[in-house]
Design a protein around this ligand. Structure first.
Ligand SMILES: [Fe+2]
Length: 232
């Protein structure tokens, strides 16, 4: 089976500081809920795409305990960058893949296969009112380019079935579509899976369900009650 879940927000080595991280009940013992949900769902034969915000560590040394926690769970693990994954330099993904070979696969400007289906993806970006608009446009363009590279990587190997993974939702709450949706449509992707939106009031920020023949699913950990979502 293929599963997805986002936002484990692991921080075994890094103290949290933002009020959202320290006081919200969403993030109380969530590591244990994440672990239990995974153990109840995933077997050693399964594949799980972890859709970003994996560790708050700022470098691999600070991620060591978080990565050990994740590595101890069953199944093949494909990781996606989130806005908190500062240890992951997008330009050095190949190095990460070399160092963690056999433990994690890092999805960025590349693709991985699940049978005859190509798993493609990137962090994505949806404007949340904080970044200046010109900066936001640059971020969208850069992420769109990275997603295109991921699709091209899969197409070069002959794949024609695609599932797209993003960390950010493909649209924000005032958009009806985006460059990420259009790219998924252009390539004929079957599904778009995304995370990042926390708390019930954010669950409908973006597209959910069928839209232009593509199934959109939010897989932030709290939205799933910490049970990985079955993608295929
Ligand atoms: Fe996030």
């Amino acid at each position: 089976m293929l599963y997805a879940i986002g936002d484990p927000h692991l921080h075994f080595s890094v103290p949290l500081s933002l009020p959202m991280e320290t006081s919200s009940p969403l993030w109380r013992d969530h590591e244990e809920r994440f672990r239990q949900g995974w153990l109840h769902t995933v077997t050693e034969e399964d594949t799980v795409v972890v859709c970003g915000d994996i560790s708050f560590g700022r470098n691999e040394t600070q991620c060591r305990r978080d990565f050990a926690f994740l590595a101890a769970l069953p199944g093949r693990k494909i990781l996606l960058r989130g806005n908190h994954d500062n240890y992951w330099d997008a330009k050095k993904t190949e190095k990460l893949n070399e160092r963690w070979k056999g433990t994690f696969s890092f999805l960025q400007n590349n693709h991985f296969s699940y049978g005859s289906v190509a798993l493609v993806g990137t962090k994505g970006y949806a404007w949340e009112g904080k970044d200046p608009p010109e900066h936001a446009e640059m971020l969208v363009a850069r992420e769109a380019e990275r997603l295109e590279l991921s699709f091209q990587s899969a197409a070069r190997e002959g794949f024609s079935r695609f599932i797209v993974f993003l960390h950010f939702p493909p649209t924000n709450y005032i958009q009806r579509t985006s460059v990420f949706c259009r790219m998924a449509e252009k390539w004929g992707a079957e599904q778009v899976i995304y995370a990042h939106c926390h708390g019930r009031q954010r669950f409908d920020d973006s597209i959910r369900g069928m839209y232009k023949g593509i199934r959109y699913t939010l897989v932030s950990g709290d939205c799933l009650n910490w049970r990985p979502f079955r993608v295929l």
